[in-house]
Design a protein around this ligand. Structure first.
Ligand code: XIL
Length: 383
């Protein structure tokens, strides 16, 4: 075991599952969790996820918001210490950026990009085209010509503003939704209703023109599991990627959101087969929004944390060694700030625990699982 590994929380998957069933803590978990509950965050103690990821040629980062970083210096310290990349969680969505048709409000996004630069973090842009978080006034835009002009100008302005500063952009987000009944599986969204499938190509071309250096990503959700619904989405998604690439559309990577579910065990082999195909197309991969919902898991925090960590371990064991993987982003860093407090609340009202750090910004078993997976890749890189 390397010097790095010996100071890190290492638990085997079996130990995590024993924990989930009420067994004792493994030594690695204690090392990972360690440290007194004082002002110094565990995140300031080496090794940090960003360094472990970099040692294997990947990045580790998280989504966050201006309000969290600005109002909470403890959290900001933890974030800057542990992350190598930042994703604005909401600040680059239309609802935040576009108060009126002729206005842009870059204040939130600018603040986050400046924070990232000060701390030496990469930034990912999220997201240029989505069916959700639309500016309310957009509904008055009805004609195809107006929608096309508006979308093109929006992407030129937003991507252009941060040109050269973004690692990558989620150009389109969640465009597949077979439940809408279309033969091509595309989502019946605001943009689709006005521009048909052409909005996807338009968005990628416009983004490439505005920032030739950024990696352009098609970001997708609910493709991770072995069930029929995920399989259908993967089939449509693969066909879409093939169509776009055949037409020379500048898609560079697939973003796999990875909002996982704690009570569903999986070896993710169907996803692995699909990702083999995607990599064969020459596309890069990014895990863009990883977290693990704990709403069906036992209330007792230690057991819950172990079950959540086991899912992180299984998922990253499949994902991290993939040759085309750029890196991993968790959708939040600490359970103090997670969208799942609202969107994945537990029936018993207990605070949710889906992320690598707890409410007090102390490392959890999920942190240990991520660090173990990162180290495995780093060790392989070294040999
Ligand atoms: C979520 C944010 O985390 C919340 O704060 C917001 O209220 C709703 O959107 N998939 C995505 C993200 O691509 O943009 C979503 O983010 C979570 C699901």
């Amino acid at each position: 075991m390397s010097a790095v590994a010996s100071t890190t929380g290492i638990c085997t998957r079996r130990e995590l599952l024993q924990l989930a069933a009420g067994g004792g803590l493994c030594a690695g978990a204690l090392a990972g969790l360690g440290g007194p509950a004082v002002a110094t965050s565990a995140a300031t103690v080496a090794p940090r996820l960003r360094d472990l990821a970099a040692a294997g040629g990947r990045f580790y980062g998280a989504a966050t918001g201006r309000r969290q970083l600005e109002a909470d210096p403890d959290f900001a310290r933890c974030f800057a210490a542990e992350c190598g990349l930042l994703v604005p969680e909401n600040e680059l969505k239309w609802r935040a950026l576009r108060p009126a048709p002729d206005q842009f409000d870059f204040s939130g996004a600018d603040w986050l990009v400046a924070f990232a630069r000060r701390q030496g973090l990469l930034v990912r842009g999220h997201t240029l085209v989505w069916h959700d978080a639309l500016a309310p006034w957009l509904q008055t835009v009805r004609r195809a010509r107006d929608a096309e002009q508006l979308l093109g100008a929006h992407i030129a302005a937003v991507v252009g503003r941060y040109a050269g500063q973004m690692h990558s952009w989620d150009v389109v987000n969640e465009v597949i939704n077979p439940e809408d009944g279309r033969a091509d599986g595309l989502r019946a969204s605001f943009w689709h209703a006005r521009l048909d499938s052409a909005y996807i190509e338009l968005a990628f071309h416009q983004a490439a023109a505005a920032d030739p250096a950024a990696r352009l990503v098609l970001n997708e959700t609910q493709i991770e599991y072995d069930d029929d619904a995920s399989a259908r989405r993967r089939d449509h998604l693969l066909a879409l990627l093939q169509r776009l690439l055949a037409k020379g559309v500048p898609v560079h990577a697939l973003g796999v959101q990875s909002h996982l579910v704690g009570h569903v065990a999986s070896d993710f082999h169907a996803l692995a087969d699909f990702l083999d195909e995607v990599e064969r197309l020459g596309l890069r991969l990014i895990v863009t929004e990883l977290d693990v919902r704990d709403w069906e898991l036992p209330a007792e925090p230690a057991a819950r944390d172990a079950a959540v960590a086991a899912v992180y371990a299984d998922y990253l064991a499949m994902m991290l060694p993939r040759p085309n993987l750029d890196g991993v982003v968790t959708w939040g860093l600490s359970d103090r700030y997670t969208w799942l407090s609202e969107y994945g609340a537990r029936a018993d009202g207990a605070p949710v625990r889906p992320l690598p750090f707890d409410h007090a910004c102390q490392r959890k078993l999920a942190w240990s699982a991520i660090s173990t997976a990162l180290q495995t890749v780093a060790n392989k890189t070294r040999t």
